[in-house]
Write a protein that binds this ligand. Structure first.
Ligand SMILES: Nc1ncnc2c1ncn2[C@@H]1O[C@H](COP(=O)(O)OP(=O)(O)OP(=O)(O)O)[C@@H](O)[C@H]1O
Ligand code: SF4
Ligand SMILES: [Mg+2]
Length: 379
């Protein structure tokens, strides 16, 4: 059992990372999230925001994380970065290993040397992570001085270069301005520049392109890909855009109500989705690679996501799932291994996943017949 930062029971291990060590990590995945649980203890009750998330990420690879709003995508990322306030947050279990060492039990000092340097995050809301009282240039130059040992002049010159890279016009002038002088889209680009500044090992991008127009979106994605190529970085891409996942990601994690529901390579999850929630999000199935690239926004699914304070028993998706049976109400589904076409396992947390008759096409046809609704145990 692992306890949260600031909790009295917290076990603090004395490990830290050699932050200058950018050598390839070959002893396992660069990042390994194991059954991670982050709950918020609020006056209304316990919000189970992250409730058993696991995934692995190798150097040079991209993981796409998708799921409806409130499914725990950002909280999972912020937990890894040690950025959740505790209380009200508390890590109730699990771990996250970076280069084989726990981020969860690391001392704050060790985490500070990693954050923004070896693991960087582009935040969903740029205003929360830019300091309104410092010039943009200072905010870009400071990590370079702290983590890379650059002199002031060199760091400011690099800040100008970074602003130019992310498409800020007139960067020599803008570098001396404050965040409130930048538009929302420009602040987003500054955040991206900050995240790329130190050539991180892992870049966590939380909806990095939502506020940007499509041309800039494409440029930003290209920048991330260049970073990946240059530094063999791993990327976690949190997005509502399935086209971006199809374009960029090697693997996909689909989350629902704080839990993973499906995980696998992009090809496995897009061509052979095995969880009814994934079927709902994706709509029609792609048949070719270009169909895949054209997939855009996640589709709305009938019904509302559940309250994370009062989760439905069994499979959390059962109140919205057209295929729910009695077992779905009573038993939490464990990950089922589905046949995989890549080296990554393909898993779906559904009682019926992997059953040859339980495919999107077949089940949609079955749903149209009265017989299905009359089967024993239908709920
Ligand atoms: N400090 C907090 N106290 C209580 N609940 C919180 C807190 N922070 C987040 N939550 C809850 O945790 C849940 C997961 O939130 P999270 O931000 O991870 O969702 P998300 O999947 O990133 O959604 P979106 O797609 O809208 O960004 C939500 O129900 C949210 O209200
Ligand atoms: S376990 Fe049951 S309710 Fe959950 S997705 Fe599968 S069929 Fe639907
Ligand atoms: Mg979010």
């Amino acid at each position: 059992m692992v306890f949260g930062r600031n909790n009295k029971e917290k076990k603090i291990s004395d490990h830290s990372w050699d932050v200058d060590d950018t050598s390839p990590y070959t002893d396992g995945p660069l990042l390994e999230v194991q059954d991670l649980k982050m709950y918020f203890h609020t006056r209304d009750g316990v919000v189970k925001a992250v409730n058993g998330v696991s995934y692995t990420l190798e150097a040079g690879k991209t993981l796409g994380i998708v799921g409806e709003s409130g499914s725990g995508k950002s909280v999972t990322a912020m937990t890894l970065m040690g950025l959740i306030n505790m209380p009200p947050g508390k890590i109730e279990g699990g771990d996250a290993l970076y280069r084989g060492k726990s981020l969860i039990t690391a001392k704050e000092e060790a985490l500070r040397s990693i954050r923004g340097n070896r693991i960087a995050m582009i935040f969903q809301d740029p205003m929360t992570s830019l300091n309104p009282v410092y010039k943009i240039g200072h905010q870009l130059a400071e990590p370079l001085r702290i983590h890379k040992g650059m002199k002031k002049k060199e760091a400011w010159a690099r800040a100008v270069e970074l602003l130019r890279m992310v498409g800020i016009p007139n960067p020599e002038v803008r570098v001396k301005e404050y965040p409130h002088q930048f538009s929302g889209g420009m602040r987003q680009r500054v955040m991206i520049a900050m995240a790329l500044a130190c050539d991180p090992d892992i870049l966590i991008a939380d909806e990095p392109t939502t506020a940007l127009d499509v041309t800039i979106q494409a440029q930003i994605i290209q920048l991330m890909e260049e970073l990946q190529e240059k530094s063999n970085s791993a990327i976690v891409m949190i997005t509502h855009d399935l086209g971006v996942v199809a374009d960029m990601a090697d693997d996909v994690l689909v989350m629902y109500a704080g839990r993973p529901v499906e995980f696998g390579s992009v090809d496995d999850v897009f061509y052979k989705p095995s969880h009814p929630y994934t079927w709902g999000l994706m709509g029609s199935l792609p048949h070719t690679a270009s169909d895949l690239a054209e997939k855009t926004e996640l589709l709305p699914i009938e019904g509302m996501p559940p309250s994370l304070i009062d989760l439905p028993g069994g499979c959390s998706f059962h109140p919205r799932c057209p295929y729910a049976k009695e077992i779905c109400v009573n038993e939490v589904p464990v990950p089922v291994q589905i046949e995989s076409t890549s080296s990554k396992p393909h898993t779906a947390n559904c009682h019926f996943a992997g059953n040859p008759g339980f495919t999107k096409e077949k089940m949609e046809k079955v749903l149209q017949t009265d017989a299905f609704r009359k089967e024993d145990g239908d709920v």
